[in-house]
Design a protein. Structure first.
Length: 510
């Protein structure tokens, strides 16, 4: 026991010293001690550079790709993309980690405490205004969203790290014991790592998704290779540097920039014992087959909201609808994709308020901004197909943003809502079209009559991307009817229900 305590104090000592130094220095120093760039200075004339990390060393690549600034098309970030012929060091690095992991309850248990210390320091770092502003701005540069939306991502990440300070990582590995049949017999269950694992994440939450998943894997003794969508990987590259500064052993995590095809090849060769994938259903389904089920998936969402018969707080409900559908330009997996409105809401000012709120969104403060995986043409084409459905109409939006310099590889669309009659949504020829996830500021609105709830429930039953949902009502019988007849990763119920805005204590499992 003494040895563990002593070694913990020793371990804590070194980074603490670095910390102390920087706090004194920080009053005068401009640059953060872990960072290799300034978020606001990245530009065509001073491009940011993103490296790979393998076997404890930051490395470049023979092939640097260039990323266009989503706001003005300047070539502003260079990325060391690993090609298919360069994956060997990553395969070797993963294969060095045994199946029983870097630590487990019987092996190197002091590492549970090490990770408690790393979390404490990283949480503290993210609580410093200068550091949180750095990450908020960096997120904004590559995945443009309002300052508040980007800051929330940093704050959720910071809270997550706080949850795993001190002894909490060790408690996460708590085991159980069950008495046996006779004296001396007991069964014990232990939290065991997978060993070598992979984490693949999308572009829309450049910090929160990879950091939470990475730390969870590390806490339990896994050795992860992390691949973040190259469009935004600069954020996690800097975050890993922060974690190193907070005491993360450099060989515990590998970090790779590559396209999907190369990553797919790497997974087939390195054979990680588990892969956690977050992204589109198309890639998720391919990986489920390729990896023979050794994969956990967090994929697309066609997220619905139902407004119940009890009309209340129209101002508030329309504000939440606006946030759910259009914050982050609709690029949240949990964004409101379809709104089922009870007829009682049709006679209120709900839709006109939603339109007014959508009109307030502007490019200048990034309350609406570039869409990174759909072009403007693709979104307008989808809208035009919807408008051919009998009884459909454009409620608002439906045009390209004005006065923008967003490059044409990205999308620039005003917040858009299209009304489609419920009976038409249900028709076989229309259903697939209407329920297609458009990862942008785009939603379907429909209305149901008092006796049409079964039709709504039928529409929900036929969906296959059940991620989040909201039942906006304070009527207990209505809530029970809808919740009891639907399935979701997370269902928000009550007058304040929303599809987005999940803090880090919610579950995203489907
Ligand atoms: N369920 C969730 O928690 C969640 C969260 C955020 C986003 N999403 C979903 O993600 C999608 C948007 O993200 P996207 O367009 O970047 O997704 P995507 O599937 O195109 O890409 C996700 C990641 O997978 C990588 N990738 C692509 N092909 C691959 C392959 N064959 N093998 C290995 N890796 C590969 C990409 O490079 C990227 O890093 C939306 O559908 C959204 O709903 C889901």
């Amino acid at each position: 026991m003494y040895r563990v305590v002593a070694s913990r104090a020793f371990r804590a000592g070194a980074p603490q010293k670095a910390f102390g130094c920087w706090f004194n220095l920080s009053r005068s120093a401009h640059t953060l001690p872990f960072a290799t760039l300034e978020a606001d200075e990245i530009s065509g004339s001073k491009p940011g550079e993103v490296y790979n990390l393998v076997q404890g060393k930051w490395t470049g690549s023979s092939n640097w790709s260039t990323l266009l600034d989503p706001l003005n098309g300047e070539q502003f970030i260079r990325i060391a993309e690993v090609g298919e012929k360069e994956i060997q060091p990553y395969v070797e690095s993963l294969s060095k980690c045994p199946k029983h992991g870097l630590h487990n309850p019987f092996k190197s248990p002091e590492r549970y405490l090490l990770y408690g210390d790393i979390s404490t320091k990283a949480a503290h770092m993210l609580s410093l205004p200068k550091v949180s502003n750095f990450f908020t701005r960096l997120i904004q540069r590559v995945s443009p969203k309002s300052y508040q939306q980007a800051l929330s991502e940093v704050q959720v990440t910071q809270k997550f790290l706080e949850n795993f300070c001190g002894d909490q990582v060790r408690f996460l590995a708590r085991s159980f014991a069950v008495p046996g049949n006779h004296l001396g017999q007991q069964s014990h269950g232990y939290r065991w790592p997978y060993g070598p694992v992979a984490i693949i994440t999308p572009f829309n939450f450049p910090l929160e998704i990879p950091l939470l998943q990475l730390m969870g894997a590390l806490y339990m003794g896994n050795k992860p290779i992390l691949k973040v969508d190259s469009k935004v990987s600069i954020v996690m590259e800097q975050m890993i540097r922060l974690l190193h500064y907070c005491g993360l052993p450099v060989e515990d995590v590998d970090f790779i920039n590559s396209d999907g095809k190369t990553m797919n090849k790497l997974l087939m060769e390195a054979n990680p014992r588990m892969t956690l994938f977050t992204g589109s259903s198309r890639v998720a389904e391919k990986l489920a087959v390729d990896l023979k089920g050794r994969v956990k998936l967090e994929d697309a969402g066609f997220d619905w909201k139902i407004l119940g018969p009890d009309v209340n707080e129209v101002d508030y409900v329309s504000w939440v609808c606006d946030q759910d559908a259009y914050a982050c330009s609709g690029q949240k997996c949990s964004a409101q994709s379809v709104l089922f409105m009870h007829e009682n809401w049709s006679s209120t000012s709900l839709l006109s308020k939603m339109k007014d709120l959508a009109d307030r969104r502007k490019l200048e403060d990034l309350t609406v901004g570039p869409v990174l995986t759909f072009t403007t043409e693709a979104m307008l084409e989808h809208m035009n197909k919807l408008l051919k459905v009998p009884g459909s109409k454009l409620l608002f939006g439906g045009e390209e943003l004005k006065n923008h310099s967003i490059p044409s590889i990205y999308g620039a669309l005003k917040p858009t809502a299209v009304f489609v009659p419920l009976e038409e949504i249900l028709k076989d020829g229309n259903y697939e079209l209407v329920t297609r996830e458009i990862f942008g500021p785009f939603q379907i609105v429909t209305e149901y009559k008092q006796d049409q709830l079964p039709l709504v429930l039928n529409a929900l039953e036929r969906m296959h991307a059940h991620l989040t949902a909201a039942v906006v009502s304070n009527d207990p019988l209505f809530l029970q009817e809808v919740i009891g007849n639907t399935v979701n990763g997370t269902t928000y119920a009550g007058l304040r229900a929303r599809t987005t805005g999940a803090p880090q204590n919610h579950w995203w499992v489907k």
